[in-house]
Ligand binder design. Structure first.
Ligand SMILES: *Cc1c(COP(=O)(O)O)cnc(C)c1O
Length: 456
């Protein structure tokens, strides 16, 4: 099983062929099947003798892959799509073939060095100081959790230093548009979420944050504010500069969740929306969303990394001799120990194509989103819900309710046309499309929107 014999050679070649074809051709859309259908098609695959390489690959190619939706299909418009470059995707194969662990400098110095260069590019987009750094984690969810754990640790340390007791409850201030992973992180940490009101533009502002902090329940202390740089539902960038003022005055950690939208800092046409982001204490940007990296990859960056080290470093007899602060150990900066160097496909692609190509690709998706906005605005049966700030376009179809949207989405998927899913805006059903794939065209969107015309 571990020898590289003739059989392994054949297996490797057939897997490479499969990968080459997948990368060369238009991605299929495909769609889910029931467990029963899959059981009928795939049968048992885990057997004492093994079913062999060609058979396992055949069942994958014939049945398992087609029951899984390709997020890089140009009309995958739901949630936040993923559209990795070929360079990034294929480098994932290299990473997977190499058994390299990205936890520590000892294990993975070369990779950690490269990952840090890629992190630095994101930190530079945000104008964070030279001291900034962090690591790549699985996603925005893990990035938000790790950042908030660091923020609370810091708040505890400050209290200890000041000789103050711990409060009854810790809380984080966020808005109703904050991503669900912040609420999930708060549950993991057993802390409360205090919701601050958004303004008429659905934007969180410094004064609302200040009110939320002042209005906290007696016995509760706020240890962090989460501002969103590109909300998932509508692509709204919170008023970061004003929020940073409030955080500075209150002495509270500012975490900026740019999991989806942070990539747009690379686009000059919208960069000013992010003004103030340079003042954050921590930042999350997901390369697997809008920076053309395969799943799963999120950049987590701290202004002052030693604070994160104090919160996250794990101690054990076998770790302590190699984990110290003279070298960069990514596992010190998040809730993680063993770690895939998941920033490497992103690094490779960034190195291959250059940052100008990234800027242009992101600008291109923004232009397609603006054109989609115009299509919606021009259609008498459609209502544009907000002026898009980034690449999310949200709208309603006159006279439709949630069931109508769902039926329409189901039909588009069944036909293999597109993946869309309904959302909720102001407690009422709506549709949104999110464009991060440079291969999504205005024609793709027109093709989808035309099916909303009365009588279509
Ligand atoms: C997607 C998203 C997350 C969660 O990121 P995952 O990579 O899915 O874990 C967090 N925040 C925002 C704003 C997001 O769009």
């Amino acid at each position: 099983m571990h020898e590289f014999d003739h059989e392994s050679e054949e297996l490797v070649r057939s897997v490479f062929d499969y990968a080459l074809n997948r990368l060369r051709n238009e991605p299929p859309l495909d769609g889910p099947m029931s467990t029963e259908e899959l059981q009928g098609l795939v049968g048992e695959t885990i057997t004492p003798e093994g079913i062999g390489g060609s058979e396992a690959l055949r069942r994958y190619a014939d049945h398992l892959a087609p029951a899984s939706i390709s997020a890089d299909h140009p009309r995958y418009l739901a949630f936040v799509p993923g559209a990795p470059t070929k360079a990034a995707s294929v480098f994932d194969l290299v990473l997977g073939s190499s058994s390299l662990c990205g936890s520590t400098w000892l294990d993975g110095a070369g990779m950690v060095f490269a990952e840090n260069q890629a992190l630095r590019w994101i930190a530079d987009l945000a104008d964070m100081p030279a001291s900034a750094g962090g690591c790549f984690v699985t996603g925005g969810t893990m990035g938000n959790l790790s950042a908030l754990v660091t923020a609370r640790h810091e708040a505890i340390q400050k209290r200890v230093a000041a000789g103050q007791p711990r409060p009854d409850r810790w809380a984080v201030v966020a808005s109703e548009s904050t991503h669900s992973s912040v609420d999930s992180s708060a549950r993991v940490m057993d802390v409360d979420v205090i919701l601050a009101a958004v303004d008429g533009d659905r934007r969180l502002r410094g004064d609302a944050v200040a009110e939320a902090i002042t209005g906290r329940p007696v016995g509760t202390e706020v240890f962090a504010v989460v501002a969103t740089a590109g909300t998932t539902n509508l692509g709204i960038v919170d008023a970061l500069d004003g929020i940073a003022d409030t955080c500075a005055e209150a002495g509270v950690w500012l975490h900026v969740d740019g999991a989806y939208g942070g990539a747009a800092m690379a686009a000059p046409s919208v960069r000013e929306r992010f003004d103030g982001i340079e003042r954050c204490d921590s930042l999350v940007v997901d390369p697997h969303k809008w920076l053309f990296s395969p799943f799963d990859c999120a950049a987590l960056i701290y202004r002052n990394p030693p604070v994160a080290r104090a919160a996250h470093t794990q101690h054990a007899g076998y770790l302590d001799p190699i984990i110290d602060d003279t070298v960069w150990n990514p596992c010190d900066y998040a809730h993680v120990l063993t770690r895939r160097a998941r920033g490497m496909p992103f690094w490779f692609s960034l190195a291959v194509h250059g940052t100008d190509a990234y800027r242009d690709a992101i600008e291109h998706t923004l232009e397609v989103a603006r054109a989609a906005r115009d299509l919606v605005a021009a259609a008498p049966h459609l209502e544009l819900l907000v002026e898009p700030e980034l690449s999310v376009v949200a709208f309603r179809r006159t006279g439709w309710d949630l069931a109508d949207y769902q039926t329409w989405c189901d039909r588009l998927l069944a036909e293999g046309t597109a993946l869309l899913t309904p959302t909720t805006v102001d407690e009422t059903a709506a549709m949104r499309v999110c464009i991060v794939n440079p291969r999504t065209t205005v024609e793709d969107l027109a093709e989808v929107l035309v099916t909303l015309e009365p009588g279509a």
